[in-house]
Design a protein around this ligand. Structure first.
Ligand SMILES: [Zn+2]
Ligand SMILES: [Zn+2]
Length: 282
């Protein structure tokens, strides 16, 4: 149940050298300026407002929720980077709050509280309570590392050329590494993690490794190692997999049927709108 908005009153300016504590109960935030306190309220206490004692009240912006002076509003606050950034932060704060509320729900059978799990496997893929694909990526990476550790020993022992080893790596290890990645929501850290593994493999195939020279760590250029091993950057393989999945979905008969149904519904608004497959249109 959302709480009713609360209005607080704060004293400003604060005594020299002290920060203003957030007036909301159970909040440890201390603001060094009034502007900072407004930003804090917009993201951490959405809906609540504060008034500085003895000054006029500034109404919150209807987009980002930050209390803005009429003068700033006239100067185009709504189109500013600050307003856009606060909107994003507010969305994140809302998502966290929704997650915390969901966590507080207890499921019971008669007389017995059911346990909770943070992650679980569904159709071979790890689903996380945070709606993040990080756990799925880490699981793939762990399996790929194990497989590569076993395989690389055999390749070295048999004296396989770097190019042949590169092909075997693509077929045997990378298929594990990128399993299910077609539908992941990629973050920068996920991309960098897999790129690091991919580069280390390329360097290993070429017998290169980071070494110390005159007290300085020298890391072999990954591009040269990739080229010599006949590998492309990991981003290229990720893009190809995603493209292949898209083609596969678009050529399925059910997709075409759904498209036709959707067009009919658009021509005749009384027809019920098809929901299945709506995600494929974009
Ligand atoms: Zn606060
Ligand atoms: Zn705003």
């Amino acid at each position: 149940m959302p709480c009713a908005p609360v209005g607080y009153t704060v004293e400003w300016p604060q005594p020299r050298g002290t920060k203003c504590p957030c007036p909301a109960p159970e909040c440890d935030f201390k603001a060094g300026s009034e502007n900072l306190l407004r930003r804090h309220f917009a993201t951490r206490h959405p809906g609540d407002v504060f008034r500085v004692s003895g000054r006029i009240f500034h109404a919150p912006c209807e987009l980002c929720g930050m209390q803005v002076s009429p003068n700033k509003m006239r100067q185009g606050h709504r189109g500013s980077d600050l307003c856009a950034m606060l909107r994003r932060e507010r969305e994140q704060a809302r998502a966290i709050l929704a997650c915390q509320e969901a966590q507080s729900v207890e499921f019971t059978t008669p007389g017995l509280a059911l346990g909770k799990v943070n992650e679980f496997r569904y159709l071979g893929r790890i689903l996380s309570e945070y709606d993040s694909d990080h756990p799925a990526m880490w699981r793939n990476l762990t399996k790929a590392r194990q497989r590569w550790a076993r395989l690389s020993r055999v390749l070295v022992r048999e004296g396989a050329s770097p190019r042949l080893s590169g092909f075997i790596y693509l077929a045997v290890v990378q298929s594990v590494l990128l399993f299910g990645s077609e539908t992941w929501v990629w973050s920068e850290s996920m991309r960098l993690t897999l790129r690091g593994f991919h580069h280390r493999v390329a360097c290993r195939l070429m017998g290169l490794s980071a070494h110390r020279h005159n007290g300085v760590w020298v890391v072999p250029p990954a591009e040269d190692a990739l080229r010599a091993a006949g590998l492309l950057p990991i981003e290229e393989y990720i893009t190809r997999r995603r493209h292949n999945l898209l083609v596969q979905v678009q050529t399925r008969p059910i997709y075409l049927l759904d498209m036709q149904g959707h067009r009919k519904a658009a021509q005749h608004p009384s027809h019920s709108q098809s929901v299945v497959g709506a995600v494929y249109y974009r």
